[in-house]
Ligand binder design. Sequence first.
Ligand SMILES: [Zn+2]
Length: 463
Amino acid sequence: MKYNIEKINPIGRLLAEVVEEALKTKGEKEGLIGDVEMALRESMLKIGNSALQCFLENADGEAEAEIECACGGKLKYQRRREATIWSVFDKVVYKRAYYAGCTCGQGCAPVDRRYGIEPGKVTAGLARLIAISGIKEAFDAGRKCLQEYLLFEVSGNTVRAETQKMGELQRQADADLVKEMQKEASLQKREQSQPSAPDILYGSLDAAKVRIEPRNEKEKAVENRETWRDLKVGCWFEAEIVPHRQQSVRQKDKTQREGVVLRAKNQQYFCDIDKAEQFGKLLWATGCAVGADRVRILVFICDGAVWIWNLIAHYFPNAIQIVDWYHAADRLERIAEEAFANFDERQAWLKRVTEDLWQGKVELVIEDCRTLAKKSNLAKQSLSYYGNNIERMRYAQFRTSGFMIGSGIIESGCKQIVTQRLKLPGAQWSLDGAILIAKARAAWMSGNWQKLVSARSLLSLAA
Ligand SMILES: [Zn+2]
């Protein structure tokens, strides 16, 4: 937005005087810059509060004797009635025209309707900030940070409620998308109108455990004991080459072997706690939204639980399937740990077998595991792991094609969505609570916060 600077500047000068006076009265000689900033912020909070009140009180214009009710009946002017909202400028009390007397029993304040205000509630502007704190930290810890940022108090319960509301909006958006992408007509319409999809698109799926623990009687009725549930996470992304000057030391080492280093961009995360079959519908719908069904090359890099490959084969049968390099290589390291007591022997084995895997010679890796099967249980178990995934581990071939072979993307997605928030100490989740926070977090990480905020602004209108 553009503002009239000539009008704003005098306000600034006036504010400077006010702050100077206040600091003097407080008895501080000069005050350090931090004191000045704080004094300015506190004053601006008060100005914002008063300005918002003025704005809303001026918004009515001339009152009419009678207006139309939403039901089609007539509403009569009553008086200017007081309302309260919780905004980014703290609690604001304002008066606006109020109409009532319709046969339906509903009253109406046109100003509230026009601006999407729910009297007595948090505004969309404040909700967007509160919910960010709620997805980042435990609700009560978030409260303290918020107070620093906002300069007034918000309760832990409000943080929880507003964060869950954002999650609810994302859940609704997911459900709408799933429904839309099941319709043949929408798919066809999309076919005709969609802009071009990327040349190579990547997908990844994973899951992490979340402890579900009912907090009260109502939740216990649904989920009557503590359980661990799989939070399934998916991510769509594209790859780009990391410029040499931006590469980390580790990446530079890698470059010498690989030629180029790729990193993920435009990540779109989605998640749910649901059966694989249901989650598959979300995979398909979010995939259609990013053009996964129409790209030239679709590559899935996964850790490889069976349900994951099954879903991929069902929805995207032509996709290239790759077992995440880090998982495949890490397993060798664990086998070596278990099988060799001697450090040098262990390192020698590991170096040789890892190189075989790097070259995509999975058959050789399997042979090596077979040799160790007697002294390492993990080696024995790994026979089927490598055996079932031979074609998904042709790493040399994948590299030649220019594909990413290990992303860390989904892993970091799981970490960010699950570990860093849902597994915080003292965190206690109902099934719904966990799903909502995870969905809100996924939206934030995918850069879709503004979409949720826009939907949040429309909530009062839908009510
Ligand atoms: Zn009515």
